[in-house]
Design a protein around this ligand. Structure first.
Ligand SMILES: *Cc1c(COP(=O)(O)O)cnc(C)c1O
Length: 428
C-alpha cells in the first residue's frame, strides 16, 4: 500500500510538510503532541472556513442557508466556527440542540432531523423556536402536532422524502433507498403532506431529502433532485406551496484519492436543474456534515510497540477504535503518515490500537518507516471520529486542539477516569 503523495495529502493545503515535519496551518504538529499528549485530535479553522466558503460561493445570489450537520463533529468550538460564519445547524437530538445553542447558534436556523424524536425533544426544540422539524414518518406528524398544540404553538415542518435513489456509497451510510429506515416513501409523500396540512399543530414549510454520505458522484444528487422536484410539483398543485427545498448533505471528501465534486461545482449543476424546472426562487437549504469538517482534522497517535509476525507485522499505537471508530465500523480508509519522516526503509504494518478486539485497527497494510515513540497522523479525521468516540476499555476520550494560523487552542481537555466514573454508584 502506498502513502499518498506529499502534495496530495488529504487536508492540504492547510496540512503540509515543511522539510521532514508535518504542519497544520502555522503549527508544527509534533509540538502540539508534546504539549497536549496523544492521542490528540487537531483541527484547522482555515480548512473549515474554506470548505464552508465553497458552499457559500455555490449559493451566491440565491436565497439559501447552510445547516451544518453537527453529528459529524459536535465539539463546541467547532460549532462556534460555523455559528460565527452565519451557518445554521442540522441537529438530531435534544443534546445537539443544547450544544448548538451553547455555541451561539441562531435558533431560527436550526433544523431537527432524525427518525426517533421524543416528545421531550420536540418540546425543547419548539420552546427554543427552531426553524424546522424534518419529519420522517406519518406517525411523527401526529405526535409533533399534539406536542405543539400542548404548548399553544404550531411546529414548522418539512417532510423528509425517501427518493429511492442509490447514492453508491457504503450500505451503512446510504439512507435514500427504499429499505432504509429514513424518510417517508416516495409514494406516501402526497398523503403525508395532506395529513400534515390538516393537523392544527403543524405549519408546512418545506420538503427535504438526504440520500447518503460520502457521495463522490454527481449523478445520485441529480437523480434525487429530479424526484424531489416531481414531488414539489405534485404537492404544490394538490396541497400547499412549499417555502423551502432542502437537499440534505452527503457530499464526500478525499480519504484515499477520492475526487468528489467541489461543493460550488455541484451546486451550479443542481441550481441549473432547479431553475429549468421553475423552482429557482425557493429558499434552498443544505445539510453538509463531513464535507465541512472531514479533511480539516487529523488524529495524532504515538507508536507504542512494533510486533513483527509471520503473516502480519503490527504497529501498535495509542489511538484505538474507541477514539476513531470509522475503520472498525465501516472498514473505512484513513491515510496514516509519520509526523517526522525517517530516511529509512519502510515495512508493511497493520496499524492497530490497544483495545481487546480484532476489529481494533486504524489502517491495514501500510508501508511505514517507524520506531516506537514515533508520532503518526491519522488523516481526514475531522468528521465522525471524535463525535463517535466512546469509553470502551475505560479509555478516556482524546483532547482536541483547534489551530488558527500560528495559534493552537485547546478546545477539549483529555477525559479522565474520574470523568468517566462520575455518576456511577457502588451498591450497599
Ligand atoms: C448525517 C446527515 C447529514 C450530513 O451528512 P454528511 O454525509 O456528513 O454530509 C445531513 N442530513 C441528515 C438528515 C443526516 O442524517
Amino acid at each position: 500500500m502506498t502513502q499518498p503523495h506529499v502534495s496530495s495529502l488529504p487536508g492540504a493545503p492547510q496540512l503540509a510538510r515543511r522539510g521532514h515535519e508535518l504542519w497544520l496551518e502555522g503549527c508544527r504538529l509534533a509540538d502540539l503532541a508534546k504539549v497536549h499528549g496523544t492521542p490528540l485530535f487537531v483541527y484547522s479553522k482555515a480548512s473549515m472556513r474554506s470548505a464552508l466558503a465553497a458552499y457559500q460561493r455555490g449559493f451566491a445570489g440565491r436565497q439559501a442557508t447552510i445547516h451544518y450537520a453537527m453529528k459529524a463533529n459536535s465539539s463546541l468550538a467547532v460549532l462556534q466556527v460555523f455559528a460565527s460564519a452565519g451557518c445554521g445547524f442540522d441537529i438530531v437530538s435534544g443534546g445537539e440542540l443544547r450544544r448548538a445553542l451553547t455555541a451561539g447558534a441562531d435558533p431560527a436556523k436550526i433544523i431537527f432531523s432524525g427518525v426517533g424524536k421524543t416528545r421531550a425533544e420536540m418540546r425543547q426544540a419548539l420552546q427554543a423556536g427552531i426553524g424546522c422539524f424534518n419529519v420522517e414518518s406519518e406517525s411523527e406528524l401526529e405526535v409533533l402536532s399534539e406536542v405543539a398544540q400542548g404548548l399553544g404553538l404550531r411546529a414548522p415542518v418539512s417532510i423528509r422524502v425517501n427518493p429511492n435513489v442509490d447514492a453508491k456509497t457504503h450500505p451503512y451510510i446510504s439512507t435514500g433507498l427504499k429499505d432504509n429506515k429514513f424518510g417517508v416513501a416516495h409514494e406516501r409523500t402526497l398523503a403525508a403532506y395532506r395529513r400534515a396540512a390538516s393537523l392544527p399543530g403543524l405549519k408546512v414549510v418545506g420538503i427535504d431529502c438526504h440520500i447518503g454520505s460520502q457521495i463522490t458522484e454527481t449523478g445520485p444528487y441529480l437523480d434525487a433532485m429530479d424526484r424531489v422536484l416531481e414531488l414539489v410539483e405534485a404537492i404544490e398543485s394538490q396541497v400547499t406551496r412549499l417555502a423551502h427545498i432542502d437537499f440534505g448533505g452527503g457530499l464526500g471528501i478525499n480519504y484515499k484519492g477520492d475526487t468528489p465534486p467541489e461543493a460550488d461545482a455541484l451546486w451550479q449543476q443542481l441550481l441549473a436543474k432547479l431553475d429549468a424546472r421553475g423552482f429557482g426562487d425557493r429558499h434552498l437549504m443544505v445539510e453538509p456534515g463531513r464535507s465541512l469538517v472531514g479533511n480539516a482534522g487529523l488524529c495524532i497517535t504515538e507508536v507504542q510497540y512494533l510486533k513483527p509476525g509471520e503473516q502480519k507485522n503490527f504497529c501498535i499505537v495509542d489511538a484505538a477504535m474507541n477514539d476513531l471508530p470509522r475503520p472498525a465500523m465501516y472498514e473505512a480508509f484513513h491515510a496514516i503518515v509519520p509526523l517526522t519522516e525517517r530516511q529509512a526503509a519502510s515495512t508493511v504494518y497493520d496499524v492497530v490500537g490497544p483495545v481487546c478486539e480484532s476489529g481494533d485497527w486504524l489502517g491495514r497494510d501500510r508501508a511505514l518507516a517507524v520506531q516506537p515513540g514515533d508520532l503518526l497522523a491519522v488523516l481526514s479525521a475531522g468528521a465522525y471520529c471524535m463525535s463517535m468516540a466512546s469509553n470502551y476499555n475505560t479509555r478516556g476520550r482524546p483532547a482536541e486542539v483547534l489551530v488558527d494560523g500560528e495559534q493552537a487552542h485547546l478546545i477539549r481537555e483529555r477525559e479522565t477516569v474520574e470523568d468517566q466514573m462520575r455518576g456511577e454508584r457502588l451498591v450497599g
